[in-house]
Ligand binder design. Structure first.
Ligand SMILES: Cc1cc2nc3c(=O)[nH]c(=O)nc-3n(C[C@H](O)[C@H](O)[C@H](O)COP(=O)(O)OP(=O)(O)OC[C@H]3O[C@@H](n4cnc5c(N)ncnc54)[C@H](O)[C@@H]3O)c2cc1C
Length: 431
């Protein structure tokens, strides 16, 4: 039997990445009772993934120090899965269930990689680019392994750089965007000096690794595990022997929880006003769910949300221009790394698109909508609940994944059955 616990916050933050940490720090500095809930065992989100053993950047460490000073209550290893009533979220850990009530909620749920199916993509050792990086950060030995990094977006270079530093042999980086698009991206960086510095550092880190533009994997081969990958490289086909394929097509925002809470989205992102307020009163959103802009954007938006949630909205105005710069950068990322139409022809008839429910491409193309495909094939109804095949089918068939239903993540039946217990109404002003 799981433990049932309750906590009440002035400001509850879902997500302990840069956006959530910045929001919590600014909210707690205003004297509010603030909590962060994150499904990972350590804070940091994707880029500052724990453990905090002194190896983080000075920027990350400085935010952690501020968080400690601000007495924020941390609920790590708990995943929010349900919203049973206004002002209440339910979260579960391994053997505990939490009823978390709040006056203001900041959603900082981040993003995940986009995967596009191709023959062989379900073979062991074909992984997401960020996914392989995360596994190596958690101890997967990569020294001496031959890795092809492929897909699209700046994450590919960050992953190649990281894996090389850990001793991997990076054979090739395949970027589906054209050289023309990348050249324009580089030119537009003039307005973002910080990004130029990061870019130059990355170039140095990956010096000597071939970077093929207009290139992508068309098939992965192997019996029990990956042995080689065939690449379409500027119109020609080439097969490369390797131990790992790290493949991701930029990022998709985690908007399921905001949508469950009734927040409106526009062009796939959560709609917010100048103060990161969503269309639902009392619910703010910051970081990747409002636009894929990277860590700087997440930190700025998080601070604005934290200030606004505690009645200090006007203190946020001085950082609006910085957020505007970040938004321009996010738009530039979207334009540069948008997917080319040739990638729609990657799957063959028997390529699995929904790998949770084993649904091949041939069964999906008979349908005209996400809903029809779900009803007839169970596509999107497995443990990932469409987080992988949803964005893939959106691209492949131009379908729109429809409504999100609770639970937003698979949860234990016992935890689903737990009802919120009556909590006395909170009265009075925020401290
Ligand atoms: C796999 C991956 C690897 C990346 N690696 C890099 C990199 O090396 N360098 C780089 O510059 N950028 C990287 N990025 C981009 C990076 O995510 C952003 O730059 C930045 O971290 C965004 O911050 P954020 O706070 O918005 O989101 P995130 O850092 O993604 O944080 C969101 C947090 O919310 C939590 N969460 C979400 N839903 C729930 C829920 N229901 N219940 C509880 N917790 C929840 C997640 O566990 C996560 O910790 C990576 C992105 C991904 C997806």
């Amino acid at each position: 039997m799981s433990n049932y616990s309750r906590e009440r916050f002035d400001v509850l933050v879902v997500g302990g990445g840069p956006a959530g940490i910045a929001a919590a720090v600014r909210a707690a500095e205003g004297g509010a009772r603030v909590g962060i809930v994150d499904e990972n065992m350590a804070l940091g989100g994707q880029i500052w993934r724990g453990p905090w053993d002194g190896s983080h950047s000075s920027e990350a460490s400085s935010w952690l120090v501020q968080l400690k000073k601000a007495s924020v209550i941390l609920l790590c290893g708990k995943r929010v899965f349900h919203h049973p009533e206004a002002g209440v979220l339910m979260a579960e850990g391994l053997d505990d269930v939490w009823e978390l009530s709040y006056r203001h909620l900041v959603l900082a749920t981040g993003a995940r990689e986009r995967f596009l199916p191709f023959p062989g993509w379900t073979l062991p050792n074909v992984m997401g680019a960020g996914g392989l990086q995360a596994l190596v950060k958690s101890g997967l030995p990569i020294r001496g392994k031959r890795v092809v990094v492929a897909g699209t977006g700046p994450l590919l270079l960050a992953v190649a750089s990281y894996l090389r530093k850990q001793g991997a042999e990076i054979l090739l980086i395949c970027e589906q965007a054209s050289l023309r698009k990348l050249a324009r991206f580089a030119m537009m960086m003039i307005g973002h000096p910080g990004k130029i510095r990061q870019g130059l550092q990355l170039r140095k880190d990956i010096a000597g690794i071939p970077l093929a533009t207009s290139s992508w994997p068309v098939a992965a081969h192997g019996q029990q595990t990956l042995q080689s990958v065939t690449i379409s490289r500027a119109g020609k086909s080439e097969t490369v022997k390797c131990d790992y394929l790290a493949c991701g097509y930029h990022l998709v925002p985690n908007t399921e929880l905001p949508i469950l809470l009734g927040c409106r989205t526009r062009n796939g992102y959560v709609q917010v006003n100048d103060f990161q307020q969503t269309t639902v009163e009392g619910i703010l959103c910051a970081g990747e769910p409002t636009g894929i802009g990277g860590v700087d954007s997440a930190l700025i938006e998080g601070q604005i949300a934290g200030l606004a949630a505690t009645g200090h909205a006007s203190d946020a105005r001085p950082i609006f221009p910085e957020r505007e710069r970040c938004r321009r950068f996010a738009r530039l990322l979207d334009e540069t790394f948008c997917l080319r139409s040739e990638l729609r022809s990657l799957p063959s008839a028997d390529t699995l698109i929904c790998r949770c429910e084993d649904v091949p491409y041939s069964r999906l193309r008979e349908h005209t909508s996400w809903r029809a495909a779900k009803l007839h094939t169970r596509c999107g109804m497995g443990p990932c609940q469409g987080r992988i095949c949803g964005p893939a089918t959106q691209f492949l068939f131009k379908w729109n994944p429809d409504s999100v239903r609770p639970p937003v993540f698979p949860a234990r039946v016992e935890h689903l059955a737990a009802q919120p217990q009556s909590i006395p109404e909170v009265t009075g002003e925020l401290q």
